[in-house]
Design a protein around this ligand. Structure first.
Ligand code: NDP
Length: 242
């Protein structure tokens, strides 16, 4: 079985790739520019005795996505699990947000989910099985000031997940989303101390999450044990309420 994880050079995607390799999946590790980091993730995955391939592709580029899916299908023999994890933030208040900041977040966080899902579904249809797991966010569930662009796309991912699950369920393909809260990665590392202190106060478990705590849930959704779960969004946020 093979998994393609987008944005797997760092953070949550890296933890997902490592966990899926541990679970026995051959893994394609997608990245945009962090080649050395992606190669290192691939070596660590390979140490679990699976095939691992680092593959560069900007997920906002449709032609590059098609090329990546072709490469992974040829080199790893198909794609059984797609994890749409790559994502960016361009945070600012709406009144200051440029069209470019909105469009960049749209292309990276929502359009890419459409593009890649469409590319892997034919192979999954043929195999009569597959898993698509989309990384959303608590921002998409509850909204967050300064993130109208990001929250809209992450909410869009949830709607996309529900709709697609209904289109492909008859072929035993499941489509689910995971909505992380504050997870310690480069993305949250950029936040100010004020925002972090404020967030911590609203987390029931009184700590930030770790990337492998998201990876464990993705691993479950990719497993046979989750065969009867589809169209769902699982929040993994330590009980955060925004
Ligand atoms: P990081 O910023 O740590 O890592 C982002 C990853 O995405 C990197 O591997 C990066 O590749 C890749 N990436 C970004 N843009 C592109 C692109 N255009 N094409 C291909 N790859 C790309 O992010 P996190 O690990 O924190 O976040 C991962 C996902 O989880 C995102 O979708 C994010 O929105 C979501 N999330 C994160 C939360 C958190 O608290 N951290 C909370 C809720 C959701 P490269 O290294 O090459 O740049």
């Amino acid at each position: 079985m093979t998994a393609l994880v987008t944005g797997a050079s760092r953070g949550i995607g890296k933890a997902i790739a490592l966990q899926l390799a541990k679970d026995g999946f051959d893994v394609a590790i997608n990245y945009a520019s962090s080649a050395a980091m992606a190669e290192e993730v691939a070596s660590t995955c390979a140490a679990y005795g699976v095939k691992a391939l680092a593959v560069q592709c900007d997920v906002t580029d449709g032609a590059a996505c098609a090329e990546m899916v072709k490469t992974v299908e040829e080199q790893l023999g198909g794609i059984d699990v797609l994890v749409n994890n790559a994502g960016i933030t361009r945070d600012t208040l709406l009144m200051r947000m440029s069209d470019q900041q909105f469009d960049e977040v749209y292309n990276a966080n929502l359009k890419s989910v459409f593009t890649l899902s469409k590319l892997v579904i034919p192979g999954m249809m043929k195999k009569r099985g597959g898993r698509i797991i989309n990384i959303s966010s608590v921002a998409g569930l509850y909204g967050n000031a300064g993130q109208t662009n990001y929250a809209a796309m992450k909410a869009g991912v949830i709607g996309f997940t529900k709709a697609l699950s209904k289109e492909v369920g008859a072929r035993s393909i499941t489509v689910n989303a995971v909505a992380p809260g504050f997870i310690e990665t480069d993305m949250t590392g950029e936040l100010s101390e004020n925002i972090k202190t404020d967030a911590l106060a609203r987390i029931v478990l009184k700590r930030f999450g770790q990337p492998d705590e998201i990876a464990k849930v993705v691993s479950f959704l990719a497993s046979e044990d989750a065969a009867y779960i589809t169209g769902q969004t699982i929040e993994v946020s330590g009980g955060l309420s925004l």
